[in-house]
Design a protein around this ligand. Sequence first.
Ligand code: AHG
Ligand code: MN
Ligand code: MN
Length: 314
Amino acid sequence: MSTRGKTKFQINLRRHLRERGVKDDLVHLICEIAEASNYIINSIRTGDLGVAGTSNLYGEEQLALDVLADRIMTKRLLHSGVVGNVLSEEADDIICLSTECGGRYSVAFDPLDGSSLVDVNLAVGTIISIFEGCNILLPGRQQVAAMYILYGPRTTLVYSTGDGVHEFGMNQLMEYTLIKENLQIKPQANIYSPGGLRNLFTTEIERYVRDLEKRGCKLRYSGGFVPDINQVIVKGSGVFMYPHLQGHPNGKLRLSFELNPMAFLVEQAGGAASDGHGPILDRIPQGKDDRSPIFIGSKEEVALAEAYIAGLDQ
Ligand code: AHG
Ligand code: MN
Ligand code: MN
């Protein structure tokens, strides 16, 4: 059921979820996550930009902000009362918040993606992937919801529960109100975001990028996954890639809490998300720290990447 015809600025997140017929516990969970973002915003604006003196499972030095954002989100998920297991980029293992997780949700999340950009005042975000029940290491197609919060010049929240992709803005009362529903991505890209070291691109990816430029795609790359994907979803056109690189066949980005949620949102908006051979959402996770190459956004340019990788390009 659409909210067409109502003054869209009256629709807050909870009301939008309810009017779309989302289950009560999932409404509660998504709203709790949205509430937690207020505290993460505060930590970004005022928090310590230094290192935490620890590193995560990926050997990445954790910033104090990474650890703080992780604590804020994990605590909120625990107190929500509807979450079974959680998998955070900043934790070494899947954490069981409740042994009784039937009828509950499990959440994979990146509490602060792009945290190394905060000290140069670039946009960063929180990425959330939600499954029903206890298991998190499922193919992304089984997600029941995905969302991100983008901490930029404005704070925005984008979610999907499998019924379209909807964007909200934070108002002066720190409440999320509807900006636009049913966001759509056009089949052709007008921008491209090439992640990774260019001198490590394989020949076919180098040729693919040259083709994108010949097609008139402009380079737009902030180094933050959330703003870079948000640009494709909200502008409605573009392709982001963090490809396989020489010496790094799986690229950099993590399947569970970066690629699966963004792939769910982009497919819901009419785009595509591929590992270079097939849909990201069909990949069966081998472990909590799986990485994968990614080509995501406008369908035609994602298919073109697959053609170059398969050697089918003319
Ligand atoms: P995180 O800060 O959670 O580790 O993620 C950073 C990711 C992602 O935001 C971005 O797309 C990518 O790192 C950029 O990597 P490069 O710096 O290698 O381009
Ligand atoms: Mn990340
Ligand atoms: Mn992160």
